[in-house]
Design a binder for this molecule. Structure first.
Ligand code: ZN
Length: 297
């Protein structure tokens, strides 16, 4: 049974899709790598952003709601999402964000200097420096995420005993972990648990963990079932296959295969430039194109 080596993607609910695009593309410098629809609610976009090298463990995705239905952050959700940036670039980032009139705060949330800020729709983000040398300040991928678990001990046992994350020493009351893969993603369980959250604009919907292939995904499915977790059937998400589960602290975890990847329906240089629909929705393309707001790409 393989252990979990890294984050696959993180998915959040935000507001206006063009405000979302402007923030992640123009302010954070990420690349829109896929425009599609929410397969479970095709009236809503599903926008995927990655870095410019298509690195694994960088994909952040959004359901941009246009109904003004803001959520409430709290237990049962992923909290702050942190990105990793090159060595020595933190001050540049601080100035860059301030120049866009974005409020920043320096904390030690991830056990290291953490530059905290929020996106255009109230989603909590952060930047943490890594030891990587680079001649620019571009985001290198996720640094990690905070889990707002309603049951920190239950979540901790799942992360360490089943998923193989390593617990780190920490100077605060939070639980800190790191994935054992090359990326060493940092996961923080925030203590004490907060009141229960409600999904809506400005909240994170789920975190997905990377699983190498379909056989491993099925192994995870049966292992999690055996441990008493509620697990879904395998869903075909076009770019990966996945299962969803509710963990003990009510945070939605997804386990997603690395393949087939984002090149199944468009070439690398064209990623994100056109609306892509899975086969079952292609017949209604005109309807979606009329319904969905046009993106300023
Ligand atoms: Zn997902």
């Amino acid at each position: 049974m393989e252990t979990i080596k890294r984050i696959h993607h993180i998915t959040a609910i935000v507001g206006d899709p063009n405000e979302n695009l402007k923030f992640y593309r123009d302010v954070l410098g990420l690349r829109l790598i896929k425009q599609t629809i929410n397969f479970d609610d095709p009236s809503v976009y599903h926008l995927y952003f990655g870095d410019h090298n298509d690195s694994p463990g960088t994909v952040i995705t959004f359901f941009p709601w246009t109904n003004n239905n803001y959520g409430k952050k709290g237990s049962g959700q992923v909290g702050r999402i942190a990105f990793r940036v090159p060595k020595g670039s933190m001050d540049d980032w601080k100035e860059h964000l301030k120049a866009q009139h974005i409020q920043v705060e320096m904390t030690q949330l991830f056990g290291d200097n953490t530059l905290e800020f929020v996106d255009a729709h109230g989603l909590e983000l952060a930047i943490v420096e890594d030891g990587t040398e680079a001649n620019n300040k571009d985001i290198l991928g996720f640094h990690g995420a905070v889990l707002l678990s309603g049951n920190p001990e239950g979540t901790k046992v799942l992360l360490t005993d089943l998923m193989g994350l390593k617990e780190l020493d920490s100077a605060d009351e939070n639980h800190h972990f790191e994935t054992i893969g090359e990326e060493k993603h940092h996961i923080v369980i925030s203590i004490p648990p907060q009141p229960t959250g409600r999904f809506g604009i400005g909240t994170v919907h789920h975190i997905a963990w990377s699983v190498s292939g379909m056989d491993e995904l099925k192994e995870w499915q049966s292992k999690l079932k055996k441990e008493g977790f509620g697990v879904t059937a395998v869903r075909d998400r076009n770019y990966f296959n996945s299962i969803y589960m509710g963990e003990k602290g009510n945070v939605v975890f997804e386990f997603a295969t690395d393949g087939p990847g984002f090149f199944v329906d468009e070439d690398k240089e064209l990623l994100g430039t056109a609306l892509k629909l899975p086969e079952q929705y292609e017949q209604n393309r005109q309807e979606y194109e009329t319904l969905l707001p046009e993106l300023d790409i």
